[in-house]
Design a protein around this ligand. Structure first.
Ligand SMILES: C[S@@+](CC[C@H](N)C(=O)[O-])C[C@H]1O[C@@H](n2cnc3c(N)ncnc32)[C@H](O)[C@@H]1O
Length: 240
């Protein structure tokens, strides 16, 4: 690798521009469809509110907004991402489903969120934050744009704790997935980077610590499918 992971993260959106056209297909194929099941998990933990104004960071091709909208309490979703290639595909998907009065996808940085303080009831990020140039800064900014009693849900890859599962996981992630991903996306090393960015990212208690630093409370980390991924949840509590 010419660039260390931290350097590539700053411009990871460029990689996503280059693989946007094959992203959905590869996502669902290389994960054997588990990614759809994982995103649906978010619906089970929505904040206890009658009307939800949601923000999805690193929205990519819009799969999280298209999942959230299945719950009638979710009235409006704004999705932002730095990759125009990904967002353009997402906008087409939203239009095709006739949801363009409820889901709004646009360019924007998840580290410096283009929104006023206390705007959203819910912020989600799925498989995005490990690509951010400064995840801790993003967590502070999410806390800022959430309303009191608002909720943050983050889904991200992790490393399974069971040694046998971990060995299979590393084999798949380090060997099979980069080869097939790079081949089908016709990108020289996009899927090699994706794998390295997973192994490089803090998970479990370490990541909960970062959420705590940013001011989140009621923290939990839910392992998904043997701990291959985690769903992190935290709330913004009214400051007394
Ligand atoms: C693996 S994709 C995840 C897309 C989608 N959330 C999903 O679940 O399929 C990661 C996305 O993060 C975006 N991204 C990277 N850095 C970002 C940043 N600072 N702000 C917003 N989006 C960013 C990339 O452009 C890419 O679309």
């Amino acid at each position: 690798m010419n660039n260390p992971i931290s350097e590539r993260k700053k411009e990871s959106y460029k990689i996503f521009n280059e693989i946007a056209s094959t992203y959905d297909f590869l996502n669902h194929t290389l994960s054997f469809g588990i990614d759809i099941y994982w995103r649906n998990k978010i619906l089970k933990h929505l904040p206890n509110k009658d009307s939800i104004n949601a923000l999805d960071l690193a929205t990519g091709t819009g799969d999280v907004p298209l999942t959230l909208i299945k719950d009638a309490r979710v009235k409006k979703i704004t999705g932002i991402d730095l990759s125009k290639g990904m967002v353009d595909i997402g906008i087409q998907k939203v239009k095709k489903k006739g949801l363009d009065k409820k889901i709004f996808l646009m360019l924007g940085d998840g580290v410096q969120i283009p929104a006023a303080d206390n705007t959203f009831d819910l912020t989600t990020i799925s498989f995005g934050i490990r690509n951010f140039s400064d995840p801790q800064k993003s967590l502070y900014d999410i806390h800022r744009v959430l309303k009191d009693n608002g909720r943050l849900m983050i889904m991200e890859f992790a490393i399974p704790t069971n040694p046998l599962i971990r060995a299979v996981y590393f084999f798949y992630f380090r060997n099979f997935l980069p080869k097939i991903g790079n081949l089908i996306s016709k990108h020289k090393d996009a899927y090699t980077y994706l794998n390295q960015s997973v192994e490089d990212f803090p998970y479990g208690e370490k990541f909960l610590g970062m959420m705590k630093n940013a001011g989140f409370t009621n923290l939990s980390a839910m392992p998904l499918t043997f701990g291959i991924a985690m769903l992190y949840i935290g709330d913004k509590k009214k400051s007394s």
